[in-house]
Design a protein around this ligand. Structure first.
Ligand code: CTP
Ligand SMILES: C[C@](O)(CO)[C@H](O)COP(=O)(O)O
Length: 229
């Protein structure tokens, strides 16, 4: 299974002066944890890191230290996550019929989750890891007034990995460019094109490291995991 890792962001909400994936958590850079999980996932055979050229030296240093056994390619990212994934898809070899897309910022995803997604993609053209929401979710207007309260039983928080048939996802990304769609995950493009996307159980600990508070949570989760080993 081919894996594309969007890692070309700027970490604005993290408030970091460089790519947040280079920040150290639990003694390693965030991206290193993501790569180690992909390395340990038996069904992942190839890794593409979608990243900005100004980060390539730092990423190459991390790759040299990790000594991964799987082939890894650095692919030029774009100005948005959507554009980065578009670029990543163009870089895939023709042998890639399905692909998993996983945020570099979700460094706590386990190898089992990668394998579950890689296994499940064989049965459906699109899937996402997700977890049922625990809070009551409100739809709020621009004046801060609640407009509705969706039925929580139908609400899931989307995570990554997200997995897709490559040919169909390329079509959806191309349609997104034509239509000017701006989406925050790849499943949204599939949905807009009318293709089915299945939800599979994600992991509560598979958080996206977005703000400084998330770093502290990640430190705790990593310490707990290392303590259990
Ligand atoms: N132009 C971009 C923007 C984001 N990403 C990646 O998409 C994932 C999820 O994005 P997010 O957590 O929003 O990262 P940033 O865009 O860096 O964060 P922010 O929105 O706070 O700037 C991250 O691994 C990020 O590196 C990307 O590959 N290309
Ligand atoms: C893809 C994603 O992680 C699913 O929850 C999320 O949409 C990424 O959002 P971001 O704003 O690019 O971090």
């Amino acid at each position: 299974m081919h894996l594309l890792i969007p890692a070309a962001g700027t970490g604005r909400r993290m408030g970091s002066d460089r790519n947040k994936l280079l920040l150290v958590v639990g003694s390693k850079p965030i991206i290193a944890w993501t790569l180690l999980a992909a390395e340990a996932a038996s069904l992942i055979s190839w890794i593409g890191i979608i990243s900005q050229p100004y980060d390539w030296q730092d990423f190459q240093t991390i790759l040299t230290q990790l000594k991964l056994s799987k082939p890894v390619e650095l692919i030029q990212g774009g100005s948005t996550r959507q554009e980065s994934v578009y670029n990543g898809l163009q870089a895939l070899s023709h042998s890639a019929k399905e692909v998993l897309i996983h945020d570099g910022a979700r460094c706590l995803a386990t190898p089992d989750l990668f394998n579950s997604c890689a296994q499940a993609i064989r049965d459906c053209p699109g899937l996402i890891a997700a977890v049922p929401v625990k809070d009551t979710i409100k739809v709020v207007d621009e004046n801060g007034i609640i407009q509705s309260t969706p039925d929580r039983r139908q609400l899931w928080a989307a995570q990554t990995p997200q997995g897709f048939d490559v040919k169909l996802l390329k079509q959806c990304h191309a349609e997104g460019v034509r239509q000017g769609w701006e989406v925050t995950d790849d499943a949204a493009l599939f949905e807009k094109c009318g293709f089915p996307v299945r939800v599979i159980e994600g992991e509560e600990t598979n958080l996206k490291l977005t703000t400084p508070q998330d770093l502290a949570i990640a430190e705790f989760i990593l310490k707990t995991r290392l303590g259990e080993e």
